[in-house]
Design a protein around this ligand. Structure first.
Ligand code: HEM
Length: 414
């Protein structure tokens, strides 16, 4: 099963990322964009879209022409000069972005990420085994995939276990959008203020009583420019939630959704309990259905491409999801294929590129691989109930709110 239907009745002029009809079935739209309007202008809402792989790739590496300083989403209240207050260096350009990312990288180290492996395994075992004990039918998102990423982030930051369920609830409220709504709903704004205040309090507490968590390490991180201010650290903690929670949940959901649509590949992946195909399965899911479909940029100088010009000051979307299906780069791009060549998989742009390349890419991969390996270890067959699955509607994050599944436990599995 693929996401595609025949594009014959579609007119590229009707493309709008906020429409549920587009979010339900984006691939035909992406093909139209790449082939007919590679620099597309949504006239009604006045934003532009780049969709070809080469153009998106180039734009992520040209931060003089494409600025992050208004943030990376077009949601009305999020697109503004103050976006960095909640999105830290993701909503900044060099040299400020470089300074903060360098300081954060002193605390958010590859070693700290690697050391999270046992925590991910422990959390996965707890959630997955509890769900499997209740019976062979479970909701992959609400029982497992929706819980682990935020708990991992909380563990890394040092949020006490007793607060984690509430922190997870607040973070879930941040991204949901009703159909056609082009802004953050009041519940999302309220949740973000509560969460922001929570992190500010936690930071003050760590200043009084340091620990060995990321928050304490951020307080100590120092270079020739000095240390980060409390406001800078709080904004980064908040950025981790915005950037690393839903995206990873959606990756885990999309992985099951798409693999189950290819029964022969599903059988292959589940055939060996040690999970040799899990890594390419994760990577192909990232390519096929990127959790982050678009990142926004401010065009800083007139952009003339493919015969049209987006003037300086325009809002522009880099359509990562569309770039990942460009047949100028990928063979049979609308087919989900866990055997896609490593060379092709290396070309996906789901973690962005250039200066703002995802800081959490290693963590996201670690989580996805360990969680899916744990599933393959315990389960020899599974069915996704597509008729009861519920898509999560958001202009930027793509995936499911509910994904009911029924599994066949492996004989002798825990
Ligand atoms: C499947 C999971 C994930 C996906 C698809 C993803 C995707 C992305 C993308 C596309 C960007 C670049 C945004 C831009 O250029 O405007 C980004 C940046 C970022 N991501 Fe991720 N991400 C994921 C998981 C995570 C995790 C787990 C964390 C950390 C907990 C994280 C932290 C960040 C940070 C801090 C940035 C900003 C980097 C910068 O501006 O220098 N991400 N991510």
């Amino acid at each position: 099963m693929t996401l595609t239907h025949e594009p014959a009745t579609r007119d590229v002029a009707g493309f709008d990322i906020y429409e549920h009809a587009v979010q339900d079935d984006p691939l035909p739209w992406y093909r139209l964009l790449r082939d007919e309007a590679p620099l597309f202008h949504n006239v009604e809402h006045d934003y532009w879209v780049l969709s070809r792989h080469a153009d998106v790739h180039r734009a992520t590496r040209d931060d003089e022409g494409f600025s992050n300083r208004m943030g990376v989403t077009l949601d009305a209240s999020a697109w503004n000069e103050h976006a960095h207050l909640v999105m830290s260096f993701l909503a900044m350009d060099a040299p400020e972005a470089t300074r903060l990312r360098r300081l954060v990288s002193r605390a958010f180290t590859p070693r700290r990420v690697r050391e999270l492996g046992p925590t991910v395994e422990r959390l996965t075992a707890a959630y997955l085994d509890a769900a499997l004990e209740r019976g062979p039918s479970l909701d992959w998102i609400t029982d497992v995939a929706g819980r682990i990423p935020m708990d991992v982030i909380s563990d890394m930051m040092g949020v006490p276990e007793s607060d984690r369920a509430e922190v997870r609830r607040l973070s879930d409220l941040l991204v949901h959008r009703e159909d056609g709504l082009r802004d953050v709903p009041p519940a999302g704004i309220e949740a973000s203020m509560t969460l922001f205040a929570y992190y500010a309090d936690m930071l003050a507490e760590r200043r009084r009583r340091p620990s060995d968590d990321l928050t304490s390490a951020l307080l100590n991180a120092e270079d020739e420019s000095g240390r980060m201010t409390d406001a800078e650290i709080t904004a980064f903690l908040f950025l981790m939630v915005v950037a690393g929670n839903e995206t990873t949940t959606k990756l885990l959901g999309n992985a099951l959704h798409h693999l189950s649509g290819e029964p022969a590949q599903l059988r292959e992946v589940l055939a060996d309990p040690t999970g040799p195909l899990v890594d390419p399965w994760v990577e192909e899911t990232l390519r096929y259905d990127a959790s982050t479909q678009y990142v926004a940029r401010l065009v800083t100088r007139d952009l003339s491409l493919h015969g049209v010009t987006a003037p300086a000051g325009s809002k522009l979307l880099l359509a990562l999801g569309a770039a990942n299906h460009d047949d100028r780069v990928f063979t049979d791009p609308d087919r989900f294929d866990v055997h896609r060549s490593p060379a092709e998989l290396a070309e996906h742009v789901s973690f962005g590129g250039g200066r703002h390349f995802c800081l959490g890419a290693n963590l996201a991969r670690l989580e996805a691989r360990l969680v899916l390996r744990a599933l393959v270890d315990r389960v020899c067959d599974l069915e996704v109930h597509h008729d009861r699955s519920v898509r999560f509607y958001s202009a930027n994050v793509r995936g499911f709110a509910r994904l009911p599944i029924t599994v066949t436990p492996r004989a002798g599995a825990r």
